[in-house]
Write a protein that binds this ligand. Sequence first.
Ligand code: SF4
Ligand code: SF4
Length: 194
Amino acid sequence: MLCFFPPVCYTRIMNETDTNSCGECAVCCSALRVIELDKPAGITCQHCTGTGCGIYETRFEICRAFLCGWRLVPALGDAWRPDRSGVLILTQKVEELPQEHRAAGSGVNFVILGGEKAIRRPGFAEYVSTLVARNVAVYLSADSPKTLINKYLVKQVAAKDRDAVLQMLIHIYRKHIELREMDGMKPMPWVKLP
Ligand code: SF4
Ligand code: SF4
């Protein structure tokens, strides 16, 4: 039986004190492309100390503006911080979603950086199931082109079959890794989980 999460909202929180705080996490400073720095995805920013930003007071506007999905949804809890979960959550703008998912609000891209362990973590399959059940557009990527995965999970979610959801998520993730390997990209995982 699937355990469904309480409602979550990815609407931009206006008051930053209402969000989770980064703490020692610096995952986005490695995982994301920063045009201002000519930094590709997967390369750690030259200003990153490993546990924060070395130029915090003067960091770029794009760095100031960015909040990952974990920061936007405090209900997710500490274990979902990207350096602990191996999952970087990126919100997807409504206007960029397929029409059939727009009524559910912004979409979610789960960027898997902690390998299969990140997918097998308690709560991940359940959270994805909750979003799919609500028709929220759910994408999965591994620093690779993202895939909209709702249609691959609808039956398993309707059947409340958590193991089948997990199996499909692993299958989709492995396909992304195969594509990365074919393209000669940096091996995963980037975030080492215990
Ligand atoms: S990935 Fe999220 S929690 Fe981690 S440093 Fe970036 S914004 Fe903060
Ligand atoms: S400038 Fe600072 S906040 Fe921006 S990517 Fe580099 S380390 Fe991260």
